[in-house]
Design a protein around this ligand. Structure first.
Ligand SMILES: Cc1cc2nc3c(=O)[nH]c(=O)nc-3n(C[C@H](O)[C@H](O)[C@H](O)COP(=O)(O)OP(=O)(O)OC[C@H]3O[C@@H](n4cnc5c(N)ncnc54)[C@H](O)[C@@H]3O)c2cc1C
Length: 403
């Protein structure tokens, strides 16, 4: 059997590993647009801060793939697929047949257009080479502006702060991390990040960039000027849909798949950030990996009857900044439509949201990690909380051994 995988992020690499375990005889070829071996994308802020050299974030050495007979074509994109004849073509000339094809082509940084965005000194970080370029550019600089206050943007802002830059974060909304906070936790988080040297401009939007060859000023929509030696844009992701469009696959925001992670074209599967699965937020390592465990199995089994169905993973977001524990999962009900149980102290916060039947539908912990495991499990199991638990959760000291 010939298995072809496009993309060498967590989805492609995990699927190749699982496919090999499932099918020792298959030929497995993996096309990778990037030139680096599979690396931990969530560790890119460490590369930006200078805490890790690029080779320290690689997941496996080259031999690991060779031992598993996974042929990796670094720096060669999957360029074309002939669905009728089941032949693919790589961007530097490879041509081969496939029996099963997996699209694990991920996503790219979303780059909204601004006047002046062709100036030097404007960055977005998605790949290891982006992170390394930013890390080098930041050396010796003193002021940065971050556009977009999402989880990833904040981690990168803290990383630039570690290089000694003063970072101003522009957030269009009224609070930071609107999807991962409630009004109360956003305020506590802002205080914690300000203590690490980040300056926040809420309700502020960039209008344009100005400078002589390189960026020097971010002009805000309200007319204010912010001086900047460099600008980092973190405005979400855009799934890579070019291949899917060429294949006439069904797409919406991303590639549409069925419960087996098969696309609208038989024998072509998809997993990771390029996929949209009902009820699941994309853009997460954990979700991409969980999908790849199933897709990797399904592309390697002999018959369609052996395939496994994918069960969506409740998305949990974590802010990876030392000294700030933030986990947010499910519906945090920031507008108070549901039943919310909040508990707070000066440095810590918890909120648990329940639906009308008393079922746990979301939670967040900030400034502590107590109950993360138990609450995550209860969220995945859609557990109805006991009256004792509901009462106990009103205190941060609640003992989860009886949860
Ligand atoms: C800085 C950063 C920090 C993050 N932190 C977290 C975190 O803490 N927790 C979390 O859950 N998630 C985090 N994420 C998100 C997480 O990394 C992604 O959800 C995950 O990497 C998606 O994996 P993927 O394999 O689907 O796609 P990707 O990692 O995007 O990999 C897809 C690969 O396919 C390549 N490709 C594209 N087109 C082709 C083609 N035609 N042929 C061959 N190759 C192609 C791309 O260049 C890319 O290398 C973070 C992301 C970033 C950028």
């Amino acid at each position: 059997m010939n298995i072809v995988i496009a993309g060498f992020g967590v989805a492609g690499a995990t699927a190749a590993d699982i496919a090999r375990q499932q099918n020792p005889k298959a030929y497995i070829t993996l096309f990778s647009k990037e030139k680096d071996l599979f690396y931990y994308r969530p560790r890119l802020p460490e590369v930006v801060s200078g805490a890790a050299e690029p080779d320290k974030v690689l997941v496996h050495p080259a031999e690991w793939y060779a031992e598993r007979r996974i042929e990796v074509r670094l720096g060669e994109s999957l360029a074309e697929v002939n669905v009728q004849e089941k032949i693919i073509r790589g961007s530097i000339g490879s041509r081969q047949t496939y029996d099963r094809l997996l699209l694990a082509v991920g996503a790219e940084s979303n780059r909204p257009a601004y006047p002046g965005d062709r100036l030097d000194g404007i960055y977005a970080v998605r790949s290891l080479s982006d992170a390394w370029s930013l890390s080098l550019a930041a050396r010796g600089k003193s002021r940065a502006v971050l556009i977009g206050g999402g989880l990833l943007g904040l981690e990168l802002a803290v990383a630039l702060g570690k290089q000694g830059l003063a970072v101003t974060v522009l957030e269009r909304g009224e609070r930071i991390l609107p999807r991962q906070t409630t009004p109360a936790s956003a305020e506590l988080l802002r205080t914690k990040l300000a203590a690490l040297g980040l300056n926040f401009e809420l309700g502020a939007e960039a209008d344009r960039f100005e400078g002589n060859g390189k960026v020097e000023t971010v002009v805000l929509k309200d007319g204010r000027d912010l001086p900047a030696d460099l600008v980092l844009i973190s405005a979400g992701i855009k799934p890579n849909l070019a291949l899917a469009a060429g294949l006439n696959l069904k797409t919406d925001r991303a590639i549409v798949v069925d419960e087996f992670l098969e696309t609208s074209q038989p024998d072509i599967y998809a997993a990771g950030d390029c996929v949209q699965f009902p009820g699941e937020a994309g853009g997460l390592w954990t979700v991409s990996r969980a999908q790849a465990l199933v897709a990797g199995f399904n592309i390697a089994v002999a018959s369609r009857a052996e395939r496994k169905a994918y069960a969506p993973v409740p998305p949990a977001s974590t802010l990876k900044v030392a000294g700030i524990d933030l986990v947010a999962a499910g519906d945090l009900d920031p507008d108070g439509r549901l039943t919310g149980i909040e508990a707070a102290s000066e440095n810590s916060y918890r909120k648990v949201a329940l639906d009308a039947e008393g079922r746990l539908v979301g939670f967040t912990n900030l400034g502590h990690s107590k109950g993360n495991r138990e609450l995550n499990a209860a969220l995945a199991a859609k557990k109805i909380l006991s009256p004792e638990a509901v009462k106990g959760l009103a205190s941060l000291d609640y003992d989860f051994s009886s949860f």
